[in-house]
Design a protein around this ligand. Structure first.
Ligand code: HEM
Length: 210
């Protein structure tokens, strides 16, 4: 009985790890790239980027199965893992460090940010269609408030850190980086990716400013 629970937990954890990269991590990168197009102005952003995506066939199905459900699974099981973190640290008192905690804290932070972000864009757009016809103007209005801009920079930082640090952890979880040297090399690559994504995201946020 307990062996099968352990087995299920092991499989769920592997699935959680995989889903963090694909599709959730891949979507985050796409989303940052998509929003970096804001620098080309309202006409390009609303008329080419947003309109192009909205014209895609099967969009609601893609949103549900490629974005919403994988993210809900990753976030839901992530909360279960985060809640058990103290127990794990007691079992392995010397094993994990700041990055172990930051991975969990950033996950909870991203969840709070996403509730506000999705609520004030996608969900608000269902009630108020003007949000979608001029998404650029809507975001410009929000981001011109200094505290909202600061909250977006923080949300971006948490998401990018979580993905970059998560990729580094995946190297160990999936047995790809077994030596200390390989782990060091992957750490540099992940830090580089993190910086690049941070620059892309900031570029996008600044592109919405009046
Ligand atoms: C932008 C959205 C997110 C992305 C791109 C993402 C990506 C990742 C990746 C790639 C990993 C590494 C998997 C591993 O350690 O094997 C990971 C781990 C983790 N994620 Fe996320 N994640 C996101 C949102 C969330 C949210 C909302 C939570 C909710 C609490 C969360 C909680 C966790 C936890 C607890 C881990 C560590 C798992 C472990 O150590 O086994 N993540 N995430």
């Amino acid at each position: 009985m307990s062996a099968s629970i352990d087995n299920a937990h092991f499989l769920l954890r592997r699935l959680h790890s995989l889903v963090g990269l694909l599709p959730v991590g891949a979507f985050l990168i796409f989303h940052l790239w998509e929003n970096s197009q804001s620098r080309f102005g309202a006409e390009h952003y609303n008329g080419v980027v947003v309109a192009g995506l909205q014209q895609m066939n099967y969009l609601p199905l893609l949103e549900l199965f490629v974005i919403a459900l994988p993210l809900l699974f990753h976030a839901g099981y992530g909360l279960v893992i985060a809640a058990g973190a103290q127990q794990e640290l007691r079992r392995y008192p010397y094993a994990r460090n700041w990055f172990y905690w930051l991975q969990r804290v950033s996950g909870v932070g991203i969840l709070l940010f996403l509730l506000a972000h999705v609520g004030t864009t996608r969900v608000w757009g269902l009630v108020e269609p003007a949000v979608h016809t001029d998404l650029y103007g809507h975001l410009q209005g929000l981001l011109s408030l200094p505290w909202v801009f600061a909250a977006y920079v923080l949300g971006l930082l948490l998401a990018v850190f979580h993905l970059a640090n998560g990729l580094w952890a995946m190297g160990i979880v999936w047995g790809l980086t077994t030596s200390a040297q390989a782990q060091q090399r992957l750490a540099y690559a992940c830090a580089g990716l993190g910086l690049l994504l941070m620059a892309l995201g900031l570029h996008g946020l600044i592109g919405f400013l009046p």
